[in-house]
Design a binder for this molecule. Structure first.
Ligand code: IPE
Ligand code: IPE
Ligand code: MG
Length: 232
């Protein structure tokens, strides 16, 4: 029997290019964000068809507060309405939602929507979608260190204890990080986890992504040789 190529257990996605997608159509940037959400749904289904267990979506960075007040408040409104509004969809397709990031820095309504969605999808078992919201890799590492110091004053931190103080420490490590819209940088995404993640960058703008892009990512992942510093 032919051996099936490995797929990433945990895939990280930097969703980029919503603004450019809208600009190309002479639409406001917000239209790109709305369309980007449709891509999220197609991609989650595509990932679960491929057998990927966990997908982390970078939805709002600690640096995205620099955008116009109008764009930021539109995005916050979208998080609230789609977390609530898509609950039936998540439950129908077995999608468990988790959230990673500095949640205390988000508006109360977003925090509330996050808490109820996590609670109401906790028993879904087909795939876990993690939304990185008000997320910054540097911020996450600082919060982890401060949490460790508060609980272990005077002790030196180790890699293991740092990792266990990050957000969602029980998730499997990210195997691959991909980014849309042809930008080739991490923009503060999963800095600790990316140490040994495979990286891949694709030209397509985020709102145009669908299940076929995930299939392509899995093919690309299957060709990578992961050595973790050792010898293959
Ligand atoms: C990604 O698309 C979405 C967020 C960062 C919230 P952008 O809004 O960054 O799109 P571009 O980069 O301006 O095209
Ligand atoms: C990264 O995209 C953040 C998210 C995808 C949420 P940006 O568009 O904010 O990143 P830069 O500014 O191009 O590095
Ligand atoms: Mg961008």
């Amino acid at each position: 029997m032919e051996k099936k190529p490995a797929v990433p257990v945990h895939l990280g996605i930097i969703m980029d290019g919503n603004g450019r997608w809208a600009q190309k159509r002479s639409l406001p940037r917000t239209a790109g964000h709305l369309e980007g959400l449709k891509a999220v749904k197609r991609v989650i289904r595509g990932a679960s068809e491929q057998g990927i267990g966990f997908v982390t979506f970078y939805a709002f960075s600690t640096e995205n507060w620099k955008r116009s007040e109008q764009e930021v408040s539109y995005l916050m409104h979208l998080f609230v309405s789609k977390l609530h509004g898509e609950l039936g969809y998540y439950n129908r397709h077995g999608i468990r939602i988790l959230v990673r990031g500095n949640l205390s820095g988000l508006p109360a309504q977003v925090q509330q929507a996050v808490a109820t969605t996590v609670q109401d999808t906790r028993n879904n078992a087909t795939i876990t979608a993690i939304i990185a919201l008000n997320y910054g890799g540097r911020d996450e590492i600082c919060r982890a260190v401060n949490q460790f110091i508060a609980n272990h004053p005077g002790e030196a931190i180790t890699e293991t204890s740092l990792a266990s103080n990050l957000d969602l420490p029980h998730l499997p490590p990210v195997d691959m990080i991909v980014r849309s819209a042809n930008e080739q940088r991490l923009s503060n995404f999963l800095l600790w986890d990316s140490a040994y993640a495979e990286l891949a960058f694709y030209e397509k703008l985020w709102p145009d992504w669908d299940a076929e892009d995930i299939q392509r990512i899995c093919e690309d992942y299957g060709k990578r040789v992961r050595k973790f510093g050792g010898v293959q």
